[in-house]
Ligand binder design. Structure first.
Ligand code: C5P
Length: 360
């Protein structure tokens, strides 16, 4: 008889948006997007271990902002949603009933909002008691390698990793497609953290089509001292547009960008990077201008604010240029720290444990 796993570790990548085109504000508080996602090799790891009560602990690069250990954490939301979608109550494997649950849920506002309303405070158990989506006992340990509140979807990576880890630990046996379907209910960037690679997201950014990409891309990321709130950056974007009476068009995929990706044309890709949230991020954090300018003056083929910021992402020609630029940005003192990574990389995957001495 197979021995039940004592814990499962999953790692999930960060993303950078090669194009982020933001349409008008919708009635549901979201914006229609064209979101060209690119998964890069900065990772968060989530380890799920059976436990009496729900618990989240966090380690790793904790600069940038606080990571909640209650149910406002997207990883907690993911555990609650997976348990609700599968009927899992703890203890033993359940027959999945996700498809109907996920279908019923689709088109609604993300479930994180209702999950959040069920309680608050650091010591509260998610879902506590009568909530239909109560989280079963599991200890989630988050090892942060993705900048917190950095515009690189670290929270979404944690949610995606939790879905894969708990699905395995609980034996709920959902398919990848089922997980992707429920991921969209947790947050707009969560499906992509599962899928990885490169993809075009439409709608809230969560309806994904894989993008054709040739080659490997080298990136340098300039990390800031303090994170930024995604809703605040979207709100600033709306405010600037209203102030300047901008007629906001329905977003379109940038053809030059897609051609550059298909051809693996680095120089063209560098020029084609765009982010409609960048003016808002720069308005809220003016010092990022100097960070961008420094990167572009020192060999980057392109540079943008990543997502809602404040991380700045620089595309460079190769690994050697990446090292040069990383050193230059550090020495210039225009960021807290730097990271180098390549993309595209695959989405959330189980980490196979190294055999320990006791296994021999
Ligand atoms: O779902 P997610 O966590 O990615 O969204 C965080 C916030 O970003 C939303 O509450 C909303 O303010 C903003 N957002 C948006 N339009 C999108 C995606 C996110 O306005 N398509």
């Amino acid at each position: 008889m197979p021995v039940a796993a004592s814990s499962i570790t999953v790692r999930a990548p960060a993303k950078v948006n090669l194009q982020l085109a933001v349409g008008p504000l919708r009635a549901d508080g979201y914006h229609d997007l064209i979101n060209v996602f690119h998964a890069v090799g900065l990772y968060d790891e989530v380890t799920a271990t059976p436990a009496e009560r729900f618990k989240i602990t966090v380690s790793g690069d904790l600069a940038g902002g606080a990571v909640p250990s209650d149910q406002t954490n997207l990883a907690a939301v993911a555990a609650i949603v997976l348990a609700a979608a599968t009927g899992y109550r703890g203890g033993h494997a359940h027959r999945p009933r996700v498809s109907s649950a996920a279908r019923a849920a689709s088109g609604r506002r993300p479930v994180r909002d209702s999950a959040r309303r069920t309680g608050s405070g650091q010591d509260q158990e998610p879902g506590g008691g009568s909530h239909p989506g109560a989280a079963p006992g599991v200890h989630l340990h988050l090892r942060k390698g993705i900048p917190i509140a950095g515009g690189m979807a670290g929270g979404s990576a944690d949610a995606a990793a939790t879905l894969v880890a708990c699905n395995e630990l609980w034996g709920t046996n959902l398919s990848r497609n089922d997980l992707v379907e429920i991921a969209a209910e947790i947050g707009a960037d969560v499906p992509f953290a599962l899928v990885g690679g490169a993809a075009v997201g439409i709608g809230r950014g969560d309806q994904l089509t894989p993008a054709l990409v040739r080659g490997t891309y080298h990136w340098v990321f300039a990390l800031a001292d303090e994170g930024m709130s995604t809703p605040a950056v979207y709100a600033e974007c709306d405010r600037i547009r209203e102030r300047d009476a901008v007629a906001v068009a329905v977003p379109q995929t940038a053809e030059d960008l897609m051609i550059a990706l298909r051809n693996g044309d680095l120089a063209a890709l560098g020029k084609a990077l765009t982010n409609d949230l960048e003016p808002a991020a720069l308005a809220l954090r003016p010092q990022l201008r100097l960070t961008l300018q420094t990167g572009l003056e020192h060999g980057a083929l392109g540079g943008i604010v990543s997502g809602s910021g404040p991380t700045c992402a620089f595309l460079v020609a190769d690994a050697e240029h990446a090292l040069d630029l990383a050193v230059t940005l550090s020495a210039a003192g225009v960021c807290r720290t730097v990271r180098r990574a390549i993309g595209p990389v695959q989405g959330a995957r189980i980490v196979v444990p190294e055999p320990s001495i006791s296994d021999h």
